[in-house]
Design a protein around this ligand. Structure first.
Ligand code: SF4
Length: 366
């Protein structure tokens, strides 16, 4: 139940030096509907009654339940979200403070300078522009503001700008400030903590076994190492996934286990919105029902995490966006994404009001 102090959150159970990669996952045969009902009931018992996380084998079995069982899966995921995190929805605005011109080659990304995309490189925004964007985010009741930069990692000048901006945004708006600026050194992570960055975002994006097909200019391990540095420095870890790049279902389960081993506070769930000019421009969009299945599985794998709707939800879920909120999601990015438009903030707030989900800072049981 909400506020139950006996619940053990995900991240506190994970050693910061636990092995992150248990290797590729093999999925079992799909169960028939009756067997699927038993599997879902067993998962509910584990997460809601025993307050324990699911074993890798349990997650793998749930990943292959038939489509007709997805509503039951989603229903349990929603109960798990309420029990482990409470009813509050954390709302965040993100700002692309330095757009495009990135030297990396992530095949899904329109901000890479290696691909001929409509996104043109723009310099770091002025301080006044960043403060104005933060004020807009605060005005809609959001509690989080994330400053995002399209870089491999921050160079000295970029880091200095971030260090200057974060205290200003915090003082002027009262928002919690997160940063996403790629791969960090230990020293950079510590300097971010000193100015009050409470959460840092290096996305893993996908399973370790699939990552070589997504990018070649940095490795999955470099991202995972930055995740470790974020935690070691004392920041909360925000570590996202991008579903629908061509990875298999087994690789999605592999990613869930790898995320869980890192112990993120927050996991943004992105769905591929294929961008013109990128190597993944022709990849198909994930279907809405498939997306609901994976939202539920993310919640069942990461019961205590802030699971945030992020990029691609509009094109993937379309009319099922509210259903995602009752399938395990408990946070939203509102407004626009980095290079694509989101739906209006008013539409999202109306949806949350209709669902009777209060907006606020996530406290849950953590
Ligand atoms: S995902 Fe990030 S690191 Fe990769 S190309 Fe885009 S901006 Fe650069």
């Amino acid at each position: 139940m909400p506020g139950d102090a006996t619940v053990t959150p995900t991240r506190s159970t994970v050693s910061l030096r636990a092995p992150v990669d248990a290797g590729p996952v093999v999925l079992p045969e799909a169960p028939d509907p009756a067997a699927a009902r038993r599997l879902i009931a067993a998962a509910a018992g584990a997460l809601l009654d025993e307050h324990r996380q699911l074993e890798a084998e349990e997650l793998a079995a749930l990943a292959v339940v038939p489509d007709q069982s997805v509503t039951a899966l989603a229903s349990v995921a929603h109960e798990v979200r309420l029990a482990w995190c409470g009813p509050t929805v954390e709302v965040e605005g993100i700002l692309s403070a330095k757009t495009g011109g990135c030297p990396e080659d992530c095949h899904f990304c329109a901000q890479s300078s290696r691909f001929d995309t409509p996104v043109k490189a723009t310099p770091f925004l002025d301080t006044d522009e960043v403060l104005a964007a933060a004020a807009e985010v605060a005005a809609v009741g959001a509690t989080e503001f994330c400053i995002v930069l399209a870089v491999r990692g921050p160079d000295a000048r970029t880091l200095d700008r971030i260090l200057e901006l974060v205290p200003l945004v915090r003082q002027r708006t009262g928002l919690n400030v997160a940063v996403s600026a790629g791969i960090l050194t230990d020293e950079q992570a510590l300097r971010l903590v000193v100015v009050g960055v409470h959460r840092y975002n290096p996305n893993l994006e996908t399973a370790r076994s699939f990552f070589p097909q997504v990018g070649t200019t940095h490795s999955w391990d470099e991202r995972a190492e930055t995740c470790r540095r974020v935690l070691d420095a004392g920041m909360e870890l925000c570590c996202g996934a991008l579903v629908g790049m061509g990875e298999s279902d087994a690789q999605r389960v592999e990613l869930l286990l790898q995320l869980r081993a890192l112990g993120p506070t927050e996991v943004p769930v992105n769905f591929l919105n294929p961008r013109p000019g990128t190597p993944f421009a022709d990849r198909p969009v994930v279907g809405a029902w498939e997306a609901i299945r994976w939202i539920a599985l993310f919640r069942l794998a990461l019961p205590g995490a802030i699971l945030r709707y992020a990029g691609g939800r509009e094109v993937t879920l379309r009319d099922l966006q509210a259903m995602g909120m009752t399938s395990g999601i408990n946070a939203l990015i509102v407004g626009n994404y980095l290079t694509t438009l989101g739906r209006s903030t008013a539409a999202d707030l109306t949806m949350l009001a209709a669902l009777r989900m209060p907006v606020g800072a996530f406290t849950g049981t953590l």
